[in-house]
Ligand binder design. Sequence first.
Ligand code: MEV
Length: 438
Amino acid sequence: MSKTISGFSKLSKSKKIDWIANTYFSNREHAKSIIKQYWNSNDKLQQLHDEFIENTITNYYLPLGVAPNFLINNTLYTIPMAIEESSVVAAASKAAKFWLDRGGFKTQVISTTKIGQVHFMHNGNVTELTNFFNAVKPKLLNAVKPISKNMEKRGGGILDIELRDKTNAIPNYYQLHVSFETVNAMGANFINSCLEQFAKTFKTEAETYTSFTTESKQIDIVMSILSNYVPDCLVRAEVSCKVEDLTENDDIPAEEFAKKFVQAVNIAEIEPYRAVTHNKGIMNGIDAVVLATGNDFRAIEAGVHAYAAKNGTYSSLSHAKIENDTFYFWMEIPLALGTVGGLTNLHPLVKLALEMLNNPSAQELMQIVAVAGLAQNFAALRSLTTTGIQQGHMKMHLMNILNQFEANTEEKTILTQQFKTQTVSHNAVLEALEKLRQ
Ligand code: MEV
């Protein structure tokens, strides 16, 4: 059976599944039954999911969990999280409860500007190009009016267009560097549509610009696209409390814990190997909420990691200090999020997640998401600097191991109880299960 095919996208869903089952699986019926097992029995809902992307064969489930008790600027939230990693929601809930008793999280949106660029080549003189840009700028803004009209009504639009000379890096390379306010929309479609119109108008105006010589009339557009690097779409989240209040039990003295915690953050600030894992822990919280609220987690990931390297070395996104007997822990991160458009008014679970968050504006969602990241980082560092990460991690992983060995409900109940006081490991669980089954 050939593994190449043309016209695949035009086949019906069932023909696509037949082709995949016949081409890649020895047990075709088994493969088909797994694919079909995840179809939704509600045809309309299934069709909605089928039409999100091309060549849909089935649905890929992730658990949607919730972390309650998040106090953010004196408002309580239960935060929805879509994620597969077993300990993340538990850690978020624990951190939320911990800070609930200590005044909660404080947040602030610092800025909301997004960026898009038209990349082009021009082999003329830079002064002539600058003169042309200044002359044509009002026409550029005018040309996108039909696209920007609605956005302007909502309080957004184009903030500025700059001509940037990049010829030092690549001969003849320039940019139209455009800043946008997209209010409650993530704005990718709006930004890209504006940029493509700018590119078109810029090129055609150059052809009739009388001050250009014949050779220098040429504007070669390379591409027009938004940037997912959004260092000016920034939100801050923080927690603080008296050092003496920083412990829940007597396992570790508060001063010692505070000191170790700050040391752990300092290490992530100067050591990229640690910083990447430290920030990955932050993204555990962030991605889960971004996904649950129908936002683009790849865009968020790319922008956040670029921001973590903005000073030339990859570093910790979060920071901590002890000052005047007070412990401070905070983070500033770029988050270009939307609460309208995209999946937000399409996916029933996304709508549910947003309603659970009291239908936030994009700015409110930025604050909630940043808090989820900071809480996750707090929980990870608390475990790492005290009990070690594996204790909590493996406890949460216990159910995965039990499921892997197809434990029944009774076995699960007995072993969950048993492993409350015993270290969880793959082997230990297998041994205990075998013993139980004998
Ligand atoms: C695991 O998903 C995340 C952690 O590794 C984060 C960290 O090390 O800070 C626990």
